[in-house]
Design a protein around this ligand. Structure first.
Ligand code: MG
Length: 384
């Protein structure tokens, strides 16, 4: 029986992880679950899975949670310190489904525990990749990527030894809902259009990132840290059907590709049962029914967010953290209708262009770097 700590239990990753836990109640048991503010859903999860620990974002939520769960005998912790405490608990597998920069701190603590961290949070690797991988290496913590593309590459690299004979690692991208629009045609797209992802059912923020292709840029930065490869060995490829998730090119001309239906339960099941395989409840992939798989190069002029992310990846230092912070602020502003779609890239570009005082190269410096970039993005947007 594997004890699971589920960070971000009420989000998309949480839904899928809990679905797998329900299917395999003999293999997994929920030890701890966190939510930012969805008290009702967290209470429902607690009734169904009876965890020992719950963490909720704010103190007011704690009272509502306690009131909703009169028979709950476990701990209810609050906020960042609650998340930190949860991350320190000994567990078989921690699933990090928290979205955004908030996932960095608990990911760092999980990486210091020596267990298994199934990482779905992008920002921990984008902003703090070197630190996170360093911490995991130091403590023997296994980091398993939940994101479909990295999970694909992780699977493809099993048994391949070192990466000396890997020429290229390619992450596929659906191209999002605006794949067939020109740059100018994206000017007036609505938030509803941007969050309507063709293949994946995801949260609003990541759906917008998919529409701008910032998502793929962040994923390239993640891949760089996860697989310890040089930036020039990483590329993205448009593949509208989202069946092939990642490809590895080897020196001998062989190219391995991982395929699967676009369902988060596929990579999550791989992480949760690793190194075994379990039924993920996903219908078998019917390639004959799909008939064809299409691929196309990404036009960086059409998707400037991808080019910005690649530039930040090459610049390294604090650039990826600033890129990520500016993007979070810009996407939030877009979702609130305060800026247009194309202004997301403009905001990120403006923040990356700002001169920064490179502080210490320490994980402790990241919150200040993040905050500064957020403030700069906010100022840029206010002046638009
Ligand atoms: Mg992905």
């Amino acid at each position: 029986m594997r004890q699971v700590s589920l960070f971000g239990a009420t989000g998309t990753i949480g839904d899928n992880a809990l679905d797998l836990m329900t299917r395999h109640a003999d293999r997994f048991s929920l030890f701890a679950a966190s939510a930012d503010n969805n008290v009702d859903k967290l209470a429902d999860i607690a009734r169904r899975f009876n965890p020992s620990i719950l963490v909720i974002g704010e103190a007011a939520g704690r009272e509502r949670l306690a009131a909703a769960l009169p028979d709950f005998s476990g701990e209810i912790w609050v906020g960042e310190s609650g998340l930190a405490q949860m991350a320190q608990q000994e567990t078989d597998i921690a699933i990090m489904g928290i979205v955004g920069f908030a996932g960095l701190a608990p990911s760092m603590i999980c990486a210091a525990q020596g267990g298994t961290l199934a990482l779905a949070n992008k920002e921990a690797l984008v902003a703090g990749g070197r630190h996170l991988m360093g911490m995991a290496g130091q403590h023997g913590t296994k980091i398993l990527p939940v994101d479909s593309e990295h999970n694909a590459v992780f699977q493809l690299l099993q048994g391949q030894g070192d990466l000396q004979h890997v020429d290229k690692i390619v992450l596929t991208a659906s191209g999002g809902p605006f794949r067939d629009l020109s740059y100018d045609e994206m000017r007036d797209v609505s938030t509803a259009q941007a969050v309507a992802h063709p293949n994946w059912d995801m949260g609003a923020k990541i759906s917008v990132d998919s529409a701008t292709m910032m998502n793929k840029g962040l994923e390239l930065i993640e891949a760089r840290h996860l697989f310890d490869v040089a930036a020039d060995k990483l590329d993205a490829l448009i593949h509208p059907q989202s069946i092939v998730h990642g490809l590895v090119y080897f020196a001998d001309g062989s190219v391995l590709a991982q395929k699967g239906s676009p369902d988060m339960r596929v990579p999550l099941a791989y992480c949760m049962a690793y190194p075994q395989r379990i039924d993920a409840g996903v219908a078998p992939l019917d390639l004959a029914a799909h008939g064809r798989l299409d691929f196309a190069a990404v036009d960086r002029a059409q998707f400037p967010c991808l080019a910005l992310a690649e530039a930040a990846m090459r610049a390294d230092g604090s650039a990826p953290a600033r890129l990520n912070a500016a993007n979070e602020v810009a996407v939030a502003a877009f979702l609130e209708g305060r800026i247009g779609f194309l202004q997301i890239a403009e905001t990120v570009d403006a923040v990356l262009q700002k001169a920064v005082s490179e502080g210490s190269d320490d994980v402790a410096a990241l919150p200040a770097i993040d905050a500064e970039a957020r403030a700069q993005a906010g100022e840029f947007i206010a002046a638009l």
